[in-house]
Write a protein that binds this ligand. Sequence first.
Ligand code: F6P
Length: 374
Amino acid sequence: MAKYIGVLTSGGDSPGLNAALRGIGKAAEGQYGMQIIGFKDGFRGLMENRSIQLNRQTLSGILTLGGTILGTSRDKPHKMPVGGKTLDMREAIVQNYEKHHLDCLICIGGGGTQKNAYKLVNKGLNIITLPKTIDNDVAMTDVTFGFDTALSIAVDAIDRLHSTAHSHHRIIVVEIMGHWTGWLALGAGLAGGADVILIPEIPYDIKVVAESILKRSRLGSPFSIVAVAEGALSKEEALAIKKIDEKIEKTEDKEQKLKLTSELAALRALREGNTMRLAALLEDMTSLESRVTILGHLQRGGTPSAADRLLATQLGTACADYIEQGIFGVMVAARGNTTKPVPLEQVVGVRKFVPTDHEWIKSARAVGTCMGDK
Ligand code: F6P
């Protein structure tokens, strides 16, 4: 009997989502005769039962498109704003899953989506996920699709900033996305030849950064490119956050935990605008004029790179195979040249940070890039 498959895209969009939908749909329909239904706007569309049929016709011509033809949202099944309240909508989701006689639901997303999908596994649904995000921070997969495209966009931006920084003898601080991890800033900084790379995994000392820029200036290069991850922290900020984190870990008292959590959120919120402050501080400390470029959502838009199309297609077609074999409760991970189904328990709640002994960090240091710590 034909299987009925549901699919949704959730969280921030990422180049390669349409390639993944096409890979899943074409393989599931063409190889196994499955019927595929796409839910609009992430978990919200599933909860509100807004869907479209995905077949050869609807999936044709989307391989090269950025964004997602299904739309996306950051809505969570267990905490969804509905009619002015935040409600647990998992029962409504289960009902719609049953209404469509689904044999399986595919959730394509980043770390948050893996968590949300797991909450539906616990409601008895057959779930399989795919890892996508420009941040590359999903655990248990070598890489996520979207990362390669965003990396190229950021490198292209750094290349362009280089010539103007050079001409004006300026410091240009370029802020790169990546949420709490530094994969994008590190990769783009290294590939773009940034002079300073600041990532959350290595808290920085502003004096060290300023001195490295001054040293370049003394050696005849009175300009610098500083690639800073949006989540980068100074040593002082990292220490303050660590202290609160430790207190949260230790306390058993619920009220105290809530208080500390909002303290932590306030501290993190303070960090907004950090890149502007960093540039101003460096201008003061070096007497070199500074400018800021925030790449923002430019990094998520546009045509997916060949590497992202390949990865998304590979994970998508493998996903159809796993469904045919009845393998559920897993994320389809990229491992070397192949794919592996990884139990969602191993993925959920784990963020993949850049290891501080990563080869890219070693290489950056070896070519004289300042990583902000020494
Ligand atoms: O997770 C992808 C990402 O682009 C992060 O790099 C960034 O912190 C976040 O999403 C921005 O989210 P939004 O699009 O909701 O502003």
